[in-house]
Design a protein around this ligand. Structure first.
Ligand SMILES: [Zn+2]
Length: 342
């Protein structure tokens, strides 16, 4: 069962069948209209910013989303509290993300229990391409707090039947690398999730280590830009396959994941509607052209995001993926540090 059958089940198509693109688009349109109505009804922020948008009247096709105002992290920083659509009792987790701008104020993203379950379910289905019940999976992402990214990944993987070692994020100075490598050897780690920096550092320190090379099958990189050099280094050191994931906390952590073809990433289109816009004009770019990634959440309760500008730069890859999926493919997202200046 690949990710298409999961998407099909989510959108109400026949279980086990690939969803038709038209059915997926119709589902997205219905959810988009619902999301706009829900956000306007429940949040003062969207009541104001979407005052002129009547989903029944104005959103007749997915392209009509272009008439909806864009928003960015400044709005989230300044007015995040006004974006919340559920009473305080319904919020199960608040994730704080530090921002690096001149003001440096944090972003706070709110989740209900159901919002978090969406991510767990995504891990369970999305990571089947690289992990299964026989894997020993090392998670090198923040996992100490319940509901943190590493914690949700752990729950999703355990649901799959994998053994999970959630070690948490490694310090960038490498001071805990030896501990991680010893653990990988002793426990026979076969898969891992890490930032590209941490994975590359561990790979470099373990070149020629036959135990690790023999065991490691797959490595998932997330949270930062992956250069070709780092990717090659990891694949060479451990003789494994590297998969990449694209996401951010605002997306509900998970956004898009590489498939076995490993050519771009497939967005989880039943939960998130992605667009590529011209960052200067805010207009949609022609299909296949580069621009800024903008997304709208279709199923989130606590804090929906509607046309949120990511500051990331990508494009749609043309044609159907060789894996056979009907899902679109986002090209690899460039380095945020570079694209911010675009
Ligand atoms: Zn694919």
């Amino acid at each position: 069962m690949n990710i298409d059958s999961w998407i099909a089940a989510k959108i109400g198509s026949e279980q086990g069948e690939a969803p038709a693109r038209a059915a997926l688009s119709a589902y997205q349109l219905a959810r988009l209209r619902e999301t706009i109505a829900y956000a306007k009804r429940n949040s003062p922020f969207y009541e104001r910013t979407l005052a002129d948008i009547d989903p029944d009247r104005d959103i007749r096709a997915l392209e009509d989303i272009a008439s909806v105002p864009l928003m960015d992290e400044t709005a989230l920083i300044d007015e995040g509290e006004l974006m919340i659509c559920v009473p305080a009792s319904g919020v199960s987790r608040i994730v704080t993300v530090e921002t690096s701008g001149t003001i440096g104020l944090p972003k706070r993203i709110y989740f209900t229990e159901e919002d978090q379950e969406l991510m767990i379910d995504y891990v369970y289905h999305g990571l089947k391409v690289m992990a299964g019940s026989s894997d020993v999976f090392l998670v090198l992402m923040p996992c100490e707090r319940p509901g943190s990214v590493g914690d949700l990944v752990r729950i999703g993987l355990e649901r799959m039947g994998a053994s999970v070692i959630a070690l948490g994020i490694l310090p960038v100075d490498g001071s805990r690398d030896a501990e991680a490598l010893a653990l990988m050897r002793e426990r026979g780690v076969t898969s891992m999730l890490a930032t590209a920096g941490a994975a590359a550092r561990l790979a470099e320190k373990s070149i020629g280590d036959m135990t690790l090379e023999k065991n490691m099958r797959t490595v998932l990189l997330s949270a930062e830009y992956v250069s070709d050099d780092r990717r090659a280094l990891i694949e060479r050191a451990w003789d494994c396959k590297v998969f990449e994931h694209y996401g951010m906390t605002e997306m509900g952590l998970g956004g898009a994941m590489a498939c076995e073809a490993r050519s771009g990433y497939h967005p989880r289109e039943a939960d998130i509607l992605f667009e590529i816009i011209d960052p200067m004009t805010g207009e949609p770019v022609p299909d296949g052209a580069y621009g800024e990634v903008v997304f709208t959440t279709l199923t989130r309760q606590a804090m929906p995001f509607i046309r949120y500008r990511t500051g990331d730069f990508s494009r749609w890859l043309p044609g159907r993926c060789s894996c056979g999926s009907v899902l679109k493919r986002l090209a690899r997202v460039g380095d945020r540090k570079i694209t911010k200046g675009y």
